[in-house]
Design a protein around this ligand. Sequence first.
Ligand code: ATP
Length: 351
Amino acid sequence: RGFHTNHTAHCQHTSPAHATTRRTIFSGIQPTGELHLGNYLGAVRQWVQLQEGGDDVLFCVVDLHSITLPQDPTTLYSQTLGMTASLLACGIDPSRAVVFQQSRVPEHTQLAWVLGCLTTMARLGHLPQYKEKSAMQKEIPLGLYVYPVLQAADILLYHATHVPVGEDQLQHIQLAADLARIFNNKFGKTFRAPRSLVLGQDAARLRSLRQPTKKMSKSEPDPRSRVALSDPPDVVREKFKKAVTDFTSEVYYDSQERPGVSNLMVIDRAVTGRNFEEIQAASQGLTTAQYKLVLADAVVEHLAPIRQHYNHLLQEPGHLDQILERGAQQARERAANTWSVVRHKVGLLGK
Ligand code: ATP
């Protein structure tokens, strides 16, 4: 908190002289698969807290980002609705936050074009996430390359001041901040530079249950690598039972030497609130195999109300669609204001 600006969150046409400390927080999530325990414990659970704090909060299902890598057109929209249902089931509340779908607000791509004209290929090519994702592709889609520019547009369109991100996204927020400054220098003060909101220690970073050196991810082809929030209890137990650990039977934390067991303890800490010492003490005498079953039960119990709510919401796709449309109406109004200012400043329209 505590930044100063001469803009309000909602209106860029006038520049009120008073400073405001109300944060505008923008978060995005791709509908690339089902929400998993890593997304929940590492992000969405904290997002729910953010919406309680009196800030101006936007949650966006970023479907345009998801198509930077191939998606199945017959399932993409149901994934968008599924992601919306997951967010609501976790506690995101459309009456407190703007919940919307990126592609319903065309200003995201329009502003991305303008911002893309203000950065260089060298800058985008050096971003670590691009390097990592493009290394896996034979032919690199242009969309993958300009992805961070679209992300910058998502943020700047709403004059977001804070963007909750994991460490892997810090450089993208830096790019958005640089683009805000570049735009302001060239065309006059319009945007404020957003900051990364690094979530606290309670935001767990989970690793894959199959390859604990890699992160847990929605788009990883092997579904056994993650626990989806919709997984029934027997599936959750089976996934924990088969989670890759090592040949030491004792339960103790060592993220370097024992990434598998340590990942389980990170999940335990996030779900039960116990610290590593407490977990280790409570697990004395248990083998890792037995510990996995105890943890699986704790996770099943923790996820039960979310899963129930999620299944209920999924039965009413029309209702989810309506929520997204209502959210888009709110978002569009704000996006249109920003885009109107940009068109005039860049000279696409006369004064
Ligand atoms: P994809 O595999 O499509 O990249 P993802 O599972 O990595 O998906 P994102 O949509 O990229 O998820 O990210 C959504 C949010 O979840 C982000 O805030 C991100 O930091 C967080 N997140 C993603 N994976 C993890 C994880 N393994 N542990 C903790 N947080 C995570």
